[in-house]
Design a binder for this molecule. Structure first.
Ligand SMILES: Cc1ncc(COP(=O)(O)O)c(C=O)c1O
Length: 409
């Protein structure tokens, strides 16, 4: 595919053939969830129409086909993030469940009273609340890497945090509010020098830029299918195989066992040890197709496209009075996200008026309330871009924002 692919890309997404409120639909909330291309929808329909059956147990043809599709998706996703082996890919419901899995298995088994966990002030609640609960249960300390006003992490004090009995570090690769790309390779390498195990919340990076888990050397790495053109209800935990092998299971039941007697059970090999019960088979197959679709465009091409949109948007919005972009001076933005305030208009009012123009943006705290507190606002309005957005969407947002002013003043 050439980069002018973006011109006609909306045709691949059936939702854009609908009019909403009598107008062409402008979707600018991909940081929350993404739209689905025909390839992904068709793969899910294909499974239900042609080989709907349970996996790993049937010895009849369609069950064998379903098992192959499910396991092929696993290896496809493994290659996409350059995992050493597809056996390092555990299917979960979403990034949130993957963080909870690690908190309830590796972290519960390896952390003890007095240890500390390092997080950052820009975490999504998904990578904060599970650690708060674990800290209360085990008497652990939580320490936070602070952020500076431009939205970048303050890394000078990292060594001090390492000295405070730190055993685990969990941080987001890309902020869902500010778009900041954190220098995680560097941070992970420093953490490893201190014997600290790491988790990367890659919910906002894997969909938007090339990632290589071997190069990053992350111990645990989580993301969600629905934010990268895949179905909802399917997510991924990547972990180094030796870690997975030494962890106790998260959930217990069918498929995660190798042998069961009335009073005892032995566990299956990894990754199946962590996939108790019937999984989201159609979701995994759809996510495998989403990866094919993204690969056809190229992750570096997608990253560049979003940065171009971001630069175009910044230029256009500079014409608006009292318009403030949070983290604008941030040098390491993905380009996928713009969080803003506009005069003293409430983000919910802005989003509601834009909805009348058939423009979908997000208003609220974006599941990052501590970050809102740091920014000194209860909420922001957020526009986020993806493969199917183009400059005409930004022009429509610009016109919509002018309408917001005329309605609210
Ligand atoms: C940075 C980040 N982490 C984690 C999540 C949680 O993703 P999910 O709700 O799919 O588990 C999100 C969702 O917005 C996110 O933006």
């Amino acid at each position: 595919m050439s980069s002018d692919i973006f011109q006609d890309i909306k045709n691949d997404f059936p939702i854009f053939s609908n009019q909403i409120n009598g107008k062409d639909f402008v979707y600018l909330d991909s940081a929350a969830t993404t739209q689905k291309p025909n390839d992904v929808i068709d793969s899910v329909v294909h499974y239900y129409k042609n080989c709907n059956s349970n996996i790993h147990r049937g010895i009849y043809s369609i069950s064998i086909e379903a098992t192959e599709l499910y396991e092929d998706a696993r290896s496809n996703i493994g290659k996409f993030i350059n995992a050493k082996s597809s056996h390092e890919i555990v299917f979960t419901r979403n990034a949130t469940e993957a963080v909870n899995l690690v908190a309830n298995t590796w972290a519960s088994q390896n952390l003890k009273e007095g240890d500390s966990i390092i997080l950052t002030e820009m975490e999504h609640h998904s990578n904060l609340v599970p650690w708060q609960i674990l800290a209360k249960k085990l008497n652990l300390k939580l320490n936070f890497i602070e952020i500076q006003p431009d939205g970048e992490l303050i890394l000078d004090k990292l060594d001090n945090l390492f000295q405070e009995n730190a055993k685990f570090l969990s941080l987001t690769h890309v902020s869902n509010v500010l778009g900041t790309i954190n220098p995680i390779k560097d941070i992970i390498s420093k953490a490893h020098e201190h014997g600290i195990t790491t988790l990367v919340d890659a919910a906002q990076s894997v969909p938007h830029m090339p990632v290589d888990v071997q190069d990053l050397d992350s111990d645990f790495f989580v993301f969600s299918g629905h934010k990268m053109l895949g179905p909802s209800g399917i997510g991924v935990l990547h972990a180094k195989k030796t870690l997975l092998e030494n962890m106790e299971p998260f959930l217990y039941g069918g498929d995660m066992i190798s042998n069961v007697s009335l009073r005892e059970a032995q566990w299956n090999d990894v990754p199946w040890k962590f996939e108790a019960g019937t999984p989201n088979i159609a979701g995994a197959i759809g996510l495998g197709k989403a990866v094919d679709y993204l690969n056809q465009i190229g992750m570096d091409v997608i990253h560049k496209h979003e940065q171009e949109l971001y630069n175009y948007a910044i230029d256009r919005f500079s014409e608006l009075k009292d318009f403030k972009i949070f983290g604008l001076e941030n040098k390491h933005s993905t380009g996928g996200v713009i969080s803003f305030s506009y005069s003293d208009f409430h983000p919910h009012d802005i989003a509601t008026i834009l909805d009348g123009e058939s423009i979908a943006v997000r208003a609220g705290h974006h599941c990052a309330q501590p970050l809102m507190e740091k920014l000194g606002v209860p909420a922001t309005t957020r526009a986020s871009f993806y493969v199917y957005n183009d400059t005409s969407d930004i022009d429509k947002l610009f016109n919509g924002l002018q309408k917001v002013r005329s309605v609210l003043t």
